[in-house]
Design a protein around this ligand. Structure first.
Ligand SMILES: NC(=O)c1ccc[n+]([C@@H]2O[C@H](COP(=O)([O-])OP(=O)(O)OC[C@H]3O[C@@H](n4cnc5c(N)ncnc54)[C@H](OP(=O)(O)O)[C@@H]3O)[C@@H](O)[C@H]2O)c1
Length: 312
């Protein structure tokens, strides 16, 4: 396993993070809790030390399953949790207000069966609460020992002016990034280099399309979000482009004796320095093949092939 120390912190974590979205048991087709728990154990045994989740994933189910799976080993890992997507009677909405942050944190601590969260991240900004107020609240929670560090997610250029005063205090930023989604590359590099935040990539396998197991006729069950057109990686021209990227990865994977998914993960590790790659997994075998993305490097020629084929 490869490790990196998150900026502005003493958190050293594996560069491969187990993503907890499928662990929510909602919107990813059928998942089995027993397999998810085994997947967490496999990740631990293979040197993964950071686990990402959010209170909104299955409305707490992802946190509950993660807490249960970690058990006594909770103290050995970094839990990266997210807040700010709020469920009410109607559709979900974003809320970063100080009172809600405290309410959300208490519920997450109960769900995870822990008394602290290592990295507490703003899932989405709510467009109302000033960042200074959010940071003040997170700093207070740090002082109280309920969180160790905090980070952001889904930040864009228009947020930069508000971010500047806090550079050096915010540890990390999550953004969508993969061979199927290069549009945030410059943004993530700027947040890393100009604002001192460690990039955490989500959708690193393009929600699964970069594993090589899906073809142009991929069909998903109704309880799988990828059946919906807004999951662009599996629809129309974008799907065809993604499949051409998969075809470019296949000979590299074969030559290196690695799964295609490992090549997709390796690209991020090599191309986006200092990043942590979040990969959602449903079963132990997926974790095993994802860890095959670590501890080797793509050659400059292989990187050039993948860079060229995946440019927008
Ligand atoms: N900050 C944010 O707004 C945000 C947004 C989205 C996600 N995230 C985080 O980032 C994590 C990663 O993103 P993601 O889960 O959306 O997408 P992803 O990691 O690109 O894809 C995950 C899916 O790929 C398939 N898969 C994974 N490993 C595989 C393997 N080795 N072989 C074959 N199939 C494999 C699984 O689905 P199938 O087996 O069904 O194909 C899995 O659910 C999430 O879990 C979550 O923690 C954050």
């Amino acid at each position: 396993m490869e490790y990196v120390t998150l900026k502005n912190s003493d958190l050293t974590v594996s560069r491969l993070c187990m993503g907890g979205c499928p662990m929510g048991g909602y919107g990813w087709g059928d998942v089995q809790e027993r397999e998810l728990v085994e997947a967490v154990h496999t990740a631990l045994d293979r040197g993964v030390t950071i686990f990402d989740t959010a209170d909104t994933y299955g409305l707490g189910q992802s946190e509950r399953t993660l807490g249960k799976a970690l058990g006594q080993r909770r103290k050995d890992v970094v839990i990266a949790d997210k807040f700010g997507v709020r469920a009410g009677n109607g559709p979900t909405f974003y809320d970063n207000s100080p009172a809600y942050i405290r309410q959300a944190l208490e519920q997450s601590l109960r769900n995870l069966n822990t008394d602290y969260i290592d990295l507490y991240q703003v899932h989405y900004r709510d467009g109302v609460t000033p960042l200074s107020q959010v940071i003040d609240t997170l700093e207070a929670l740090k002082q109280e020992g309920k969180i160790r560090y905090y980070g952001l997610s889904n930040i864009h250029k228009e947020d930069h002016p508000e971010l500047s005063p806090f550079a050096g205090r915010i540890v990390s930023v999550q953004g969508e990034y993969s061979l199927a989604c290069r549009k945030n590359e410059e943004e993530l590099k700027s947040l890393r280099d100009d604002f001192s935040m460690t990039p955490l990539t989500w959708g690193s396998l393009g929600q699964g399309v970069l594993t090589g197991k899906y073809g142009k006729d991929a069909v998903f069950a109704q309880n799988d979000r990828r059946s919906r057109e807004i999951y662009v990686n599996f629809h129309g021209d974008k799907l065809l482009k993604n499949l051409s990227i998969v075809e470019a990865m296949r000979p590299i994977a074969q030559e290196r004796g690695k799964p295609v998914s490992a090549v997709a993960i390796r690209f991020i590790l090599d191309w986006l320095a200092q990043s942590v790659v979040l990969v959602g997994a449903k079963r132990p075998d997926q974790v095993v093949s994802n860890t095959e993305g670590t501890d080797w490097r793509l050659s400059p020629e292989e990187l050039a092939i993948l860079d060229n084929i995946s440019r927008d």
